[in-house]
Design a protein around this ligand. Structure first.
Ligand SMILES: [Zn+2]
Length: 261
């Protein structure tokens, strides 16, 4: 890709699951043995990476041989994501199943189960024990420090993560002062919108220079309505053929038959 350049009427050549050539129709060499798929009228874009998906529709304990939410994510162009708090470690098994090609899905990275305020740790060594468990046994490089302890304990969590090569994200929690402290203390991410508007340049500059990622989720808006409801109110989500193909009907019904207006 070159910036926002759009190629109309193009050929894409894929070999061994990788794009090897892209160009205007007829300008790239296509092997004579290539399988040709006609995608006239379609738009091809790079895969989307969702940094706050919820892989919660997975079956737990006994795993699904194919999971509908993975298929639905793929159908809408999401090819990778990082769930910042799964509530279960089954997600890691699904990550392996996708990675080995056993099932179809976006690459479902995750933090695994969050570390919550009920996790008791009283020293940097205690924090390191927790983080090391995630790195060694869950083999994840992400961790959700979900409003653990007091500020000192949160700093221990950040220090332990840096030592273990794990990226800690945390919960915005409708508290802008807490969010700013997360940036000062070195967290890699802060989930959800900052709960004030407008944001002035002091906060914008501070935030960007901290290097912390900020995930302004559209669903949990912290201070505004869930953006998902906009689509239920203004479009016929229930009758959308793509929604109906990839999402179970009972789930579509539960969300669309009563509208908040
Ligand atoms: Zn229905």
């Amino acid at each position: 890709m070159r910036g926002d350049e759009v190629l109309e009427d193009a050929d894409v050549v894929v070999k061994d699951n990788r794009i090897v050539a892209v160009g205007k129709r007829g300008t790239v060499s296509v092997p004579s043995s290539a399988k040709v798929i006609d995608v006239s009228g379609k738009t091809i874009v790079p895969g989307f990476i969702d940094i706050h998906p919820r892989w919660t529709e997975i079956r737990r304990g006994v795993l699904d041989l194919q999971n509908w939410s993975f298929l639905a994510n793929l159908a809408y162009g999401v090819t990778a994501g990082r769930d910042p708090q799964t509530g279960t470690n089954d997600t890691f098994a699904y990550q392996d199943l996708v990675g080995t090609g056993e099932i179809l899905g976006p690459r479902p990275y995750s933090t695994g189960p969050g570390v919550f305020p009920d996790t008791d740790f009283q020293s940097l060594d205690d924090a390191d024990d927790i983080v090391r468990r995630y790195r060694e046994f869950y083999r994840t490089t992400y961790l959700k420090s979900y409003l653990v302890g007091n500020r000192k304990q949160r700093q221990w969590m950040v220090m332990a993560c840096k030592k273990e090569g794990v990226m800690p994200t945390t919960e915005g929690s409708l508290d802008v002062k807490l969010d700013l402290a997360h940036a000062i203390d070195g967290f890699n991410g802060n989930e959800h919108s900052l709960p004030i508007t407008p944001l002035f340049d002091d906060i914008v500059q501070f935030w960007s220079r901290s290097g912390m990622f900020y995930t302004p989720t559209l669903i949990v808006a912290y201070g505004g309505p869930w953006a998902e409801n906009y689509f239920y109110e203004t479009t016929e989500v229930h009758d959308d053929p793509k929604v109906r193909r990839f999402i179970p009907h009972n789930i579509v019904d539960a969300r669309t038959r009563r509208r908040r207006i």
